[in-house]
Design a protein around this ligand. Structure first.
Ligand code: IMP
Length: 193
């Protein structure tokens, strides 16, 4: 295989950005088994309601829930605070929860927590609905959420501030369908590699 072909495999262009493979699907699978085993233990006999946040968490929620072996309910909900690669800070309210959440143990399923604004707002809203407990699981967590100590009970991978896509995550609506996670690369880093 030529060097050019190898570079094509490692890098991919979506709109104006170049992305490089970052977390392989096999690593995601391993992490999900581990996270699910904690949930199976912690939520045994609690009949939790999983609330995956669309669109980003659809792949993660699907794979995670296949490993959850305890009785539970699932209700996909929606909210969005992003446009492009930076948080707009504009929060919409939670829509689509058809289950009654009063007195329930809720587990929010997120793809990524960045500033924590979205998650904070969702938690506040759910507490207002009278949930018995509200916790969160996120496949990815960026450094701003760690610095602000945003309360995420289960975390898959901790990142710095890189922009990522794949495995449900998008860049302006594109890239959700990849099974691996990619990160945006600095053009200078790519030229040096
Ligand atoms: P927060 O409110 O800043 O924590 O942003 C959370 C939401 O922003 C996530 O649920 C994603 O939809 C989106 N988001 C944050 N970082 C990224 C990223 O690196 N790639 C794709 N979407 C992201």
């Amino acid at each position: 295989m030529t060097i050019f072909a190898l570079r094509l495999k490692r890098y991919m262009k979506i709109k104006d950005l170049e992305f490089k493979k970052f977390i392989a699907a096999s690593k995601i699978d391993e992490k999900i088994s581990d996270l699910a085993s904690h949930i199976n233990h912690d939520y045994k006999d609690k009949l939790p309601v999983f609330l995956p946040i669309l669109n980003g968490s659809f792949m993660f929620a699907s794979d995670l829930l296949k490993e959850v072996k305890i009785p539970c309910r699932v209700s996909f909900v929606k909210t969005s605070s992003y446009s492009g690669t930076a948080s707009t800070g504009q929060l919409k309210t939670l829509i689509g929860h058809d289950e009654s959440l009063f007195n329930q143990h809720i587990l929010i399923v997120e793809d990524i927590v960045d500033t924590g604004l979205t998650l904070g707002k969702i938690i506040e809203e759910l507490r207002g609905l009278g949930a018995k407990s509200v916790e969160a699981i996120s496949l990815l967590r960026k450094s701003p959420a760690r610095e602000k100590k945003v309360d995420v009970k289960y975390v898959g991978f901790d990142l710095e501030n890189e922009f990522v896509l794949g495995y449900g995550l998008d860049y302006d609506g594109l890239g959700r369908n990849y099974k691996d996670i990619y990160k945006a690369v600095d053009p200078l880093e790519k030229a040096a590699s």
